[in-house]
Design a protein around this ligand. Sequence first.
Ligand SMILES: [Zn+2]
Ligand SMILES: [Zn+2]
Length: 235
Amino acid sequence: MREICYDNQSGRLERDRIWQLAMPEVDEGWVYGETAKSAVEYIKSCALNSEHFHDISWKDLQIDLLGGSRNGLGDSLLVWDAGAVLVTVDFAERLRQSALTGYSLEAVVRIAVNQTTVANPVLLLLNAPNTGRDGRWKVVGENECPFCRNEPIICPACGDWNRVCPGCGKRTFGEKEGFKVREWPDMYVVDQALFRGANLIKHGGIFFVDSVCKRWMEESNFHPVIFKPAFANVA
Ligand SMILES: [Zn+2]
Ligand SMILES: [Zn+2]
């Protein structure tokens, strides 16, 4: 088995500047969503492979609403299988009145089946343009398809992963000779420069906030949410 690992050692890394915005697990008693039907557009810009994408744009997200046995519906919920974070219209209004920048609120959510006791919730997708794939994922050893050795596993141009080899068509992850992720990082690294004055960004498909955003969210009692420490690379 070959491995991909995450580099959170190199660079000039600082704590207490950036946090990963995460959501509780679905078994923690909050309302959560599951995708019933969705339509997305893949945003592509890779110079090497026209199938690679660095972001998706939601056109429609129909969800089943579930859970909430213990905690009900807060300001936010996770559509776990889509990795999408939704917020209530009430919270969206509070957010719009803040001075925070970087995020978007998208009216693409429809509720297919509501299995909770929450009556007629109106939800918006919390989003931000993805600033790119996380370039800190590295292949241990040769960055090449283990079967044909003709194609890279991690694209050198855009950082997308070739989970199916574009050369030989074999699955490159999970098979006996394929790759696996060594471990998911407990601390991600984000280049400070990617924020460009925004308070909330998406990088590698994950939300990160600066200290201004974190403080505002804490003071306005945004919940449920988990602020996981991340490293800022200030190099
Ligand atoms: Zn191959
Ligand atoms: Zn690429």
